[in-house]
Design a protein around this ligand. Structure first.
Ligand SMILES: Nc1ncnc2c1ncn2[C@@H]1O[C@H](COP(=O)(O)OP(=O)(O)O)[C@@H](O)[C@H]1O
Ligand SMILES: CC(=O)N[C@@H](CCC(=O)OP(=O)(O)O)C(=O)O
Length: 301
C-alpha cells in the first residue's frame, strides 16, 4: 500500500531525531556513478542530509574510470585479489582520475545542489597516513613466488582533525582514496577500506556503502536471495564459502572495521536506484544489507 505524502514525511521524524548532529560516512562506488542523473540524485540526498542536521562525509571510488583511462592510454589494468596493481604510471593515472576529475566533479555538484563541498585526500593535513603493502606470496606451478602490487597502500592512522574542522563549519568533505606514506609518496587504497577507516576514526553513526547491487546476495545470480542483515561473526564465513566475492570483499571488510570500532551500523545499498539513501535512512523499510554487531537490535536506527 502506498503511503500518503504527509505520512512519508511523518515516518521520517524519529529517524531525523535520532540522526540529528551525527556523522555519516557515505561511500560512493565507481559502479554507483553510472550516469550523471544518478550522481545528481545521490548528491541531492547528501545535501538534504546536511540540511536536516546530519554531518555527511563522502568517500568516493572510481575504479571503472581508472580502468577506462588506463585502457585509453594503452595500458592493461591488472588486479590482485581485487586490488589494482599500481606501478608509477598507474599511480599517476589514479590520482588524475580520482583527485583531478571525480573529486572535483562531486564538489562542484554539491555546490550546484545548494551545499558547500570541499575536496580532500590523504595528503591534506596528513589525513590518511599509510604504508605500501608488502609483496604478496603466490604459488605458480608449485613454486612460491612474490608479486609486488606496487603503490597499493594500507592505512596506518587517520588524522580526523581536518575533517572535524570542515564539518563544524558546515562543509561536506569529499575524500579521494589516496593515502600518503612517511616520505610523502602517494598510495592507492581501495575506497571501501578508506571509508571504513574514516567512519571508525570519526566515530560515525553510520557507514553507507553505495554500489550497483541492492546489497548482499546469497546467490549472486538470484536477486531474490537478498540478505538483509549480516552480523560481524558471519562475514569471514561468507567470504570463506565464496558467497562474498570480488568487489564485495573490501566492502564487507570496510564495514567490519567500522562496526568493530563503534560505528552503529553499516549499510550496503544500490546507489543506482534513485534516492535509495533516503529510503534506507528515513523509512521503516530498509532496502539494502545492514552490517552490525550480534547484540544490536534488528531495527535500523
Ligand atoms: N554475494 C554478493 N552479493 C552481491 N554482489 C556481489 C557478491 N559477491 C560479489 N559481488 C559483486 O560485487 C560488486 C560490487 O563491488 P564493486 O564492483 O567493487 O562496486 P563499487 O565500484 O560500487 O565499489 C557487485 O556488482 C557484484 O558483482
Ligand atoms: C588499490 C585499489 O584497488 N584502489 C582502487 C581505488 C578506487 C576504488 O576503490 O574505486 P571503487 O570504489 O569504484 O572500486 C582502484 O585503483 O580501483
Amino acid at each position: 500500500m502506498e503511503l500518503k505524502r504527509e505520512n512519508v514525511l511523518i515516518e521520517a521524524l524519529p529517524y531525523m531525531q535520532e540522526f540529528y548532529n551525527s556523522i555519516m560516512v557515505i561511500k560512493v562506488g565507481g559502479n554507483a556513478m553510472v550516469s550523471s542523473q544518478i550522481m545528481e540524485d545521490i548528491i541531492k540526498d547528501v545535501v538534504l542530509l546536511r540540511y536536516v542536521g546530519i554531518k555527511p562525509v563522502i568517500v568516493h571510488g572510481g575504479g571503472p574510470e581508472i580502468t577506462e583511462k588506463m585502457e585509453r592510454m594503452g595500458k592493461k589494468a591488472e588486479f590482485f585479489q581485487g586490488l589494482r596493481i599500481t606501478d608509477d604510471e598507474t599511480m599517476e593515472i589514479a590520482r588524475m582520475v580520482l583527485v583531478g576529475n571525480i573529486n572535483t566533479k562531486i564538489v562542484s555538484l554539491i555546490g550546484v545542489c545548494g551545499g558547500k563541498g570541499i575536496g580532500l585526500n590523504g595528503h591534506d593535513g596528513r589525513m590518511i597516513l599509510g604504508h605500501k603493502q608488502a609483496a604478496k606470496k603466490v604459488v605458480v606451478d608449485g613454486v612460491e613466488t612474490e608479486v609486488d602490487i606496487g603503490w597499493v597502500g594500507e592505512c596506518e592512522v587517520i588524522n580526523p582533525d581536518v575533517l572535524h574542522i570542515v564539518l563544524e563549519n558546515g562543509y561536506i568533505p569529499v575524500i579521494s582514496p589516496i593515502a600518503v606514506d612517511a616520505k610523502g609518496n602517494a598510495l592507492n587504497i581501495n575506497a571501501d577500506i578508506v571509508a571504513g577507516d574514516i567512519a571508525a576514526a570519526l566515530h560515525a553513526k553510520k557507514l553507507i556503502l553505495m554500489t550497483d547491487v541492492s546489497g548482499l546476495l546469497r546467490n549472486i545470480n538470484d536477486p531474490e536471495s537478498h540478505i538483509s542483515r549480516v552480523t560481524l561473526d558471519e562475514i569471514d564465513h561468507l567470504i570463506a564459502e565464496g558467497i562474498i566475492q570480488g568487489g564485495m570483499i573490501p566492502k564487507l571488510k570496510g564495514a567490519a572495521v567500522a562496526v568493530q570500532n563503534g560505528v552503529d551500523r553499516a549499510h550496503i545499498i544500490n546507489g543506482s536506484v534513485s534516492h535509495s539513501m533516503l529510503l534506507e535512512l528515513f523509512t521503516d523499510q530498509g532496502i539494502g544489507t545492514m552490517v552490525c554487531n550480534l547484540e544490536k537490535p534488528k531495527d535500523r536506527l
